[in-house]
Design a protein around this ligand. Structure first.
Ligand SMILES: Cc1cc2nc3c(=O)[nH]c(=O)nc-3n(C[C@H](O)[C@H](O)[C@H](O)COP(=O)(O)OP(=O)(O)OC[C@H]3O[C@@H](n4cnc5c(N)ncnc54)[C@H](O)[C@@H]3O)c2cc1C
Length: 90
């Protein structure tokens, strides 16, 4: 039997990010996906160029019933922080 600390269902952007963060915390991780290729939606995002982010993003660019969520999320994961995060996963 395979034993893992963390099992993630879905190897999209969210699942892979969770897997990376769990791995950084020393957890053994298993990511499951029913598709034949993982991260398929990432590959079609940005018209095939895999857009990562928009340097001019602000909370005003998001429509939400809770506008404070975007403010909070963007302040916790700023552009420099998220860019650094991806540099470290290369
Ligand atoms: C055409 C298009 C263009 C886009 N362009 C951009 C862009 O330019 N910039 C940008 O930031 N975002 C863009 N996006 C949005 C971005 O791609 C998504 O927000 C992001 O991929 C969502 O990630 P996710 O992990 O939440 O979901 P998903 O990518 O949908 O991942 C979910 C994963 O779970 C798997 N799964 C689902 N159910 C099960 C199950 N029962 N068992 C096992 N596996 C399962 C799926 O196969 C999939 O791999 C675009 C999206 C589309 C469709």
């Amino acid at each position: 039997m395979i034993r893992k600390d963390v099992i993630i269902i879905g190897a999209g952007a969210s699942g892979m990010m969770c897997a990376i963060e769990s791995g950084k915390r020393g957890r053994s991780v298993l990511v499951l996906d029913h598709a034949e290729k993982i991260g398929k939606k990432i590959l079609i995002s940005g018209g095939g160029s895999c857009n990562f982010t928009n340097i001019n993003t602000s909370s005003s660019n998001y429509i939400s019933n809770n506008p404070h969520f975007c403010k909070s999320a963007l302040s916790r994961l700023s552009l420099p922080t998220s860019s650094e995060c991806f540099k470290n996963t290369e």
